[in-house]
Design a protein around this ligand. Structure first.
Ligand code: SAH
Length: 265
């Protein structure tokens, strides 16, 4: 894809992890890119789709490139494009959800570099699909709220989530970066008026071979086992059916085990 004086930058959503969930366009762009700047959440199976000529650079903040700043990522994109290279900035999930897309497009625009955003399947959509849940349900949930549970400590007071404003019996809450301590979240959501029996589920590594999920209720949120990051926490009545389905499965499993034990006596 070399040739033009200035290359393009594609800000591409790599989806939640399963390479089969890439869009055809994302797949094509990854295959043809000269430079791929990827997030920590993008798995090796997706990076393996890159051409052999491509420079594939980890700009994720979790591992490998801990020291890299957002300004350095932006500079890398701009310099590569100015050298006439086709750049794919590969985000986990969708670039527009907690991905600093706005900062990156601002920087590209200021540098006069043309860019295109290619959407990907975000974790909320992927997690819901994996547990067979409809995020909206005209009988139970008329809105979906995507919110980050993570707050940088220095920004804590200003960025405090107003759960009262977000929590509503007819809302499905999807909390990204939920952490592992749900004491405050539980208290605030109960104080906001949600019923303690409102279903909740945590889904870790959605769509990957390490996927795990666990249902509970808002009242028992603190009893959730520690789940590995990346994970999303979903809360809302739209989960009721999936929760019952999961309980039935657990019960059937427990009966099978009991039967095995009894028959071996
Ligand atoms: N742009 C990404 C989100 C980046 S923020 C997206 O659209 O999905 C990183 C957070 O996303 C993680 O901490 C986690 O909360 C969530 N996440 C990303 N991939 C996930 C996955 N496969 N399973 C569960 N949560 C995931």
């Amino acid at each position: 894809m070399k040739g033009s004086l200035t290359g393009n930058v594609y800000l591409v959503g790599g989806g939640p992890g399963d390479p089969d969930l890439l869009t055809v366009k994302a797949h094509r762009l990854i295959r043809c890119a000269d430079v791929i700047l990827y997030d920590a959440l993008v798995p090796p199976a997706i990076l393996a789709l890159a051409g052999t000529h491509a420079a594939v650079v980890n700009v994720g903040k979790r591992c490998g490139a801990k020291g890299i700043t957002q300004a350095e990522i932006e500079a890398l994109m701009i310099e590569s494009a100015q050298r006439g290279l086709q750049v794919v900035r590969l985000h986990g999930g969708d670039p527009s959800i907690f991905g600093r897309l706005a900062e990156e497009t601002d920087a590209l625009e200021a540098a006069g570099i043309s860019f295109e955003v290619v959407p990907g399947i975000t974790a909320a959509i992927a997690a819901a699909a994996q547990i067979g849940v409809s995020l909206t349900d005209r009988r139970k949930s008329s809105r979906v709220v995507i919110v980050s549970g993570h707050r940088a400590p220095q920004n804590a007071p200003e960025e405090k989530v107003d759960w009262k404003d977000l929590a509503h019996a007819e809302t499905t809450l999807v909390i990204y970066m939920p952490g592992n301590n749900f004491t405050i979240l539980r208290e605030e959501l109960l104080a906001a008026g949600l019923h303690p029996r409102t279903p909740a589920v945590i889904v870790s590594h959605a769509t990957t071979p390490s996927e795990r999920h666990r249902f509970t209720t808002l009242g028992e949120l603190e009893k959730l086992p520690r789940m590995e990051s990346p994970a999303v926490l979903l809360i809302g009545r739209s989960l009721e059916h999936a929760q019952r389905r999961s309980n039935r499965r657990h019960l059937a499993h427990a009966f099978d085990e009991a039967e095995l034990i009894i028959s071996s006596l």
